[in-house]
Design a protein around this ligand. Structure first.
Ligand SMILES: Cc1cc2nc3c(=O)[nH]c(=O)nc-3n(C[C@H](O)[C@H](O)[C@H](O)COP(=O)(O)OP(=O)(O)OC[C@H]3O[C@@H](n4cnc5c(N)ncnc54)[C@H](O)[C@@H]3O)c2cc1C
Length: 246
């Protein structure tokens, strides 16, 4: 299996594949999982902080890595790299980047390199103030230091709260809220090896292995899980000033 793209999604996919393939083909199966990444390092957007942990985990899982290699074509026999080298693969998983929904292009105003609309602090589209934007289609400042939201549940949840509140508040003449989310964390799943949890925009490793994996499970099954179908509970969670983790 070739995983094209060694970012968040590619690393998580590849880390889980050896155990899944062995579950299907048996423990003695001759399997090979290879990440192909165009940048010089695995997880280029993750930065150097968690990289040693990622390399340790992928090494222990037997996942191979090919950096400074750009996929130029995919066919039924595998992938071809720029330069002409062909890598045979039974399966190719394409994880080379996310884009904002194409509808965002129809809203006038500045868009970033992902196609996201740049917003003001109250999440209005920069040149279409009647439109509030949230989640994966907005580039919003998370603090006064120049950091902006990334395409993540962590940011999407707060962005949704503030944009929803502001759209309703403006209609009925109530005060609107400013979006602010200075705390930033990352929890990257690393298959059966565990996970790596970092804090801050420089991604300082705080937890690794099974300890981080337990946190990852809690995030996915509790923290970012949709609220119960209960009006009061849902409205409490929709408060624009609600903080998931202080
Ligand atoms: C493989 C993968 C793993 C991820 N893992 C993590 C993680 O571990 N932690 C994390 O924080 N983030 C993670 N993310 C990112 C996270 O899922 C997104 O940032 C988040 O879901 C964005 O929320 P959203 O509401 O903006 O968009 P979405 O969750 O994508 O919701 C958009 C919804 O709009 C619907 N829709 C689209 N077009 C239309 C239309 N024209 N009309 C009506 N409905 C429409 C879609 O069907 C969809 O239901 C991951 C993403 C991927 C792809």
């Amino acid at each position: 299996m070739v995983v094209a793209g060694g970012g968040f999604t590619g690393i998580e996919t590849a880390a889980d594949m050896p155990q899944r393939l062995r579950a299907v083909f048996g423990d003695s199966a001759d399997i090979r999982v290879l990440i192909v990444e165009q940048a010089a390092d695995i997880g280029p957007d993750l930065g150097p902080g968690p990289r040693p942990v990622i390399l340790e985990a992928l090494g222990a899982l037997g996942v191979e890595i090919r950096t400074s290699a750009r996929v130029s074509a995919i066919d039924a026999t595998g992938v071809t790299l720029e330069g002409g080298e062909h890598i045979a693969a039974a399966t190719v998983v394409w994880t080379a980047g996310a884009r904002a929904n194409a509808l965002a292009a129809q809203v006038p105003g500045e868009h970033d390199r992902y196609g996201r609309l740049v917003s003001d602090a109250e999440l209005r589209a920069s040149e279409a103030p009647a439109i509030f934007v949230a989640g994966d289609v907005v580039q919003a400042a998370t603090d006064d230091l120049g950091n902006v939201a990334v395409m993540s549940c962590q940011h999407a949840l707060s962005l949704g709260r503030v944009a929803g509140h502001n759209a309703a508040a403006e209609l009925v003449g109530l005060p609107t809220a400013r979006y602010s989310q200075p705390k930033y964390v990352t929890c990257l799943d690393l298959g059966p090896w565990g996970a790596v949890y970092t804090e801050g925009w420089d991604r300082q490793v705080k937890l690794r292995g099974q300890e981080a994996k337990a946190l990852k499970r809690a995030i996915n099954t509790q923290w970012i899980y949709p609220p119960a179908a209960d009006r009061d509970a849902a409205l409490a969670l929709a408060d624009p000033y609600y903080v998931i983790v202080p």
